[in-house]
Ligand binder design. Structure first.
Ligand code: HEM
Length: 209
């Protein structure tokens, strides 16, 4: 879970940074979307890099979800044993938040791909250019709300997930290290939520160029 989770963190930060291209203007955003399809050329065919990334993400997602459901089932079995009663309160809340938050994120990603990648779900019109789809969608307040809820769920998931991953990888070697892990987890979560939500809110308020 830790390693596949860190692959997602890399993708999330790169994706968030890419979305900020909308502040360079719609042409800059479309140029960036086009450039993504040409990355690695001529060594890679058209969209080759994109497909490598998609395959990596799909494999990581399958492994991440498999590990999550295995742990979930194991925790469910453990609940019948006596020592399981110690795992309550804060830990129990986070365990539930990670599971249901993870399921919600999975549903969001399906919606998101149907929305922006395949253009199956159209909000506020049908447009060919990625930037037109982005701008027209986020002129609608409830689209901003859907993305806000999803990104907040992602922030919570990242905050606790990064913490868990650092523990699993044995990075919590001292009190100072634990404090650093805590700070990094919060920083990544805050940067992700703010970075992802700045473009939708700027579009809604008519502040993008
Ligand atoms: C406000 C937040 C977000 C915005 C505005 C946004 C925007 C976009 C856009 C425009 C695309 C299509 C890119 C293209 O085809 O050129 C895209 C693709 C994608 N996004 Fe997001 N995204 C957001 C949040 C997220 C989050 C939180 C996740 C993951 C949890 C995510 C995962 C993906 C994935 C997996 C793809 C498909 C990449 C592909 O296979 O082509 N996005 N996003």
């Amino acid at each position: 879970m830790a390693i596949t989770g860190l692959i997602f963190v890399g993708f999330i930060l790169a994706h968030m940074y890419g979305n900020l291209m909308i502040f360079g203007g719609q042409a800059a955003f479309d140029e960036y979307a086009h450039h993504l399809r040409e990355l690695g050329a001529p060594m890679l065919p058209e969209s080759g890099f994109l497909w490598l990334m998609r395959i990596t993400l799909i494999v990581a997602l399958v492994l991440h979800a498999y590990a999550a459901f295995t742990l979930w089932a194991r925790a469910g079995r453990a609940r019948h044993q006596r020592y399981a009663v110690t795992k309550q309160g804060y830990g129990q809340f986070y365990a539930k938040a990670m599971r249901w938050g993870g399921v919600a994120l999975l549903l969001f990603v399906v919606f998101h791909i149907l929305h922006f990648t395949t253009n199956t779900i159209q909000i506020n019109g049908d447009f060919a250019a990625p930037s037109d789809r982005l701008v027209s969608s986020f002129e609608v307040w409830w689209a901003v709300l859907i993305y806000l809820l999803a990104v907040l769920a992602l922030g919570l998931h990242l905050r606790h997930g990064i913490h868990g991953a650092a523990m699993t990888l044995g990075l919590n070697t001292s009190l100072t290290a634990q404090r650093r892990i805590h700070q990094v987890a919060i920083a990544v979560a805050v940067v992700t939520v703010v970075g992802f939500m700045v473009p939708p809110f700027a579009i809604l308020l008519g502040l993008t160029p």
